[in-house]
Write a protein that binds this ligand. Structure first.
Ligand code: GLA
Length: 390
């Protein structure tokens, strides 16, 4: 569903639920990361794009004038409420903690959205590594901007949403997901330097290629502790290397210090140092439409995530193996897992003319090898968060 139809749908749902038309409608997209995985919290580079899947909110002031935000989701049974009179704290239902954290962030800045009736709908597949949570956070922030008329700098907005995820969802995530959801630009990837927060839009509009997203339909769960473990291992490697973060380390330095660290920590650092380099090279390759090079970098990224960083899983590896078997001749340049890992999606760079054949082949072989139905779709790089009405 395109954004126009989607917002019409959400307006209808709001009307059905609350018996009147919404005054505000806002949306924020999910994302796919083309390359630069587990580099953001190491001060490195990432290269994501916003996708045409959104978290959308329609809202109005409550008729009873109460200072409460009520959130109805089309996807969840339980209603989430945020009482603005009491201090905002995490609570049940769990999904409400993302908006709660964002509201708390605005309140801390002295911005009070006031009571709201909200209807939420999302087309970002949940738990698929396409940042449904960042989309929900950035959507909430955008709604508060629309309602209060107080816009904040998009970088501040992304940071506020990241803090919401840290403090209210207990996930020590990096900055990539919230940044791309807030700052995405149609037709572009975003090369983000996570240290300086400098961004560069990289055009991705060559009609001869497409990005295919393959959802393994194996749920990924970042809260499980593995993500935090990886972060700690990276910090340990940086300390041993005597650098502020792995962004400052070279492959040479790492080799020289190999004996000073555990084999696992060494491998974690090897992935991160290599991946930061691969990301800037891939951006260069995309600028020059050098698709075979970009594809090779994507495969290399996957192998490092699988073998050194150990955040892949059987199903993600199966998708990459199928992509390899189709190969360059069949129209696949490269493929890798995307996002935090342990399930979720792969992203493949393919020839646009071969999209249908590749989709069919991946779907059939994946089903045969895993018994699971994959969901496969192409997305153009979409725009970041927007106020649709209000
Ligand atoms: C999750 C986090 C991001 C990033 C990726 C891995 O999506 O939210 O900050 O660390 O994992 O690249």
């Amino acid at each position: 569903m395109n954004l126009k139809d989607l917002s019409a749908h959400v307006a209808t749902e709001f009307q059905k639920h609350y018996g009147r038309a919404p005054r505000w409608i806002v949306a924020a997209p999910g994302r796919v990361n083309v390359i630069g995985e587990h580099t953001d919290y190491n001060d490195g580079f990432v290269l994501p794009m916003a996708i045409e899947f959104y978290s959308v909110m329609a809202a109005d002031r409550p008729v009873d004038g109460k200072n409460v935000i009520t959130l109805h989701s089309t996807l969840e049974k339980e209603v989430a409420t945020i009482d603005l009179v009491a201090p905002v704290k995490p609570g049940a239902p769990k999904w409400g903690n993302y908006p709660r954290g964002v509201v708390a962030g605005f309140l801390a800045r002295g911005v009070n959205p006031g009571g709201l009736d909200v209807l939420l709908h999302s087309t970002v597949p949940l738990g698929s590594g396409l940042s449904s949570s960042a989309a929900l956070e950035v959507c909430t922030a955008t709604l508060i901007e629309a309602v209060t008329g107080k816009t904040i700098d998009p970088i501040e907005k992304a940071l506020l949403c990241q803090k919401a995820e840290h403090d209210f969802a207990n996930v020590p995530c990096g900055i990539m997901d919230q940044f791309i959801s807030a700052l995405g630009r149609e037709g572009h990837l975003l090369l983000l330097d996570c240290r300086t927060r400098k961004t560069e839009l990289v055009p991705m509009n060559d009609p001869s290629v497409a990005l295919l997203i393959v959802n393994t339909n194996v749920k990924h769960e970042l809260g499980s502790g593995e993500y935090a473990k990886r972060r700690a291992e990276c910090e340990q490697a940086a300390t041993i290397l005597g650098v502020k973060s792995l962004r400052d380390a070279t492959a040479d330095q790492l080799e020289k210090a190999k004996s000073k660290m555990s084999e696992v920590v060494y491998r974690r650092a090897r992935h991160v140092i290599g991946e930061i380099e691969r990301t800037t090279h891939a951006a260069e390759g995309i600028r020059n439409s050098n698709w075979p090079t970009v594809g090779q970098l994507m495969y290399a990224s996957h192998y490092a995530l699988r073998d050194d960083y150990e955040v892949s899983c059987k199903e993600l590896d199966v998708v990459v193996e199928i992509a390899e078997s189709i190969g360059y001749k069949g129209g696949v340049y490269g493929c890798r897992m995307t996002g935090g890992g342990f399930g979720g999606c792969c992203v493949a760079l393919v020839k646009a003319s071969a999209v249908d054949a590749i989709t069919k082949k991946i779907a059939t072989d994946y089903k045969a090898k895993t018994g699971i139905e994959a969901a496969i779709f192409a997305s153009h790089p979409a725009a970041g968060a927007t106020i649709i009405k209000g």
